[in-house]
Ligand binder design. Structure first.
Ligand code: PAF
Length: 252
């Protein structure tokens, strides 16, 4: 597995791959079985798989959240190697943002609701870094988890809007046996909060409507940021002892 630290080394690796199908999995590291599902699908479906590990500061509206983001680089690289990944791109901020984030991608219709309303500027940061990475990696396919449903839809929209030659693939959410969606933030849950956390998924899946879901979650002790329903999906964000969890389920 190649470790690529610079833009030039990524370009050279990509040139060598030539016309072979390249699958791309962008990550912020702190990998878990949810990431593994993306890596494995990409390795199955493409001749080469490239992974990026970059904690993107421009998508964090709270700088403390960015600086405390778990760093498990050694373990991440091991996981990638075991999954059969061919190359890992691990750039520094200055490599990806030579413009200091002066140039940004903005979506003006669907990015200001739900996650966008709670985390102003978040999707500008996500879309900007994803566009940079897709332009550099030129993958045939790029893989995103369905847990970040709104992100997935916005990235798909951006790929269409800018005529990118990359198919955006959504991969189903991986859950613990009790239903909790895997997330890099789950390690921050206290044992008590971890016991309560699966109720989030249960309530999202079973409540008759969004108002009932909100009321039930609040009565259980969750701080509810939103529960909303759009395009056949019920989406929610909650806080539990300060840890932010998001999830979504299909609804009829
Ligand atoms: O979903 C993530 O981990 C991030 O938002 C992404 C797509 C890697 C961009 O930084």
């Amino acid at each position: 597995m190649k470790k690529l630290a610079t833009i030039n080394s990524l370009r050279a690796w990509r040139a060598e791959a030539g016309n072979a199908k390249v699958g791309f999995v962008p990550t912020m590291g702190a990998m878990h079985a949810g990431h593994l599902a993306l890596l494995e699908q990409s390795c199955r479906e493409n001749a080469f798989t490239l992974v990026s590990i970059f904690v993107n500061p421009t998508q964090f509206n709270d700088p403390k959240d960015c600086s405390s983001y778990p760093n498990t680089l050694g373990n991440d690289l091991e996981l990638c190697r075991e999954a059969g990944v061919d190359a890992v791109f691990h750039p520094q901020y200055g490599d990806l943002y030579p413009d200091g984030f002066a140039y940004r991608v903005e979506e003006v219709e669907r990015s200001s609701v739900l996650e966008g309303a709670m985390r102003p500027g978040h999707f500008q940061g996500v879309l900007t870094v994803v566009l940079k990475l897709l332009v550099l990696a030129c993958p045939g396919r790029a893989y995103f988890g369905e847990k970040d449903w709104q992100q997935l839809q916005l990235v798909r929209g951006m790929a269409e809007a800018f005529f990118l030659d990359t198919e955006i693939i959504g991969v189903p959410t991986v859950r613990d046996a009790d239903g909790l969606a895997l997330s890099s933030r789950n390690v921050r849950l206290s044992p008590k909060a971890r016991t309560l956390a699966p109720e989030f998924y249960r309530v999202l899946s079973t409540a008759i409507d969004c108002a009932m879901a909100r009321a039930e979650l609040e009565s259980l002790g969750f701080i509810v940021e939103y529960v909303d329903q759009r395009d056949g999906r019920r989406l929610g964000a909650v806080r539990l002892e300060g840890v932010r969890l998001i999830d979504n389920v299909a609804v009829d």
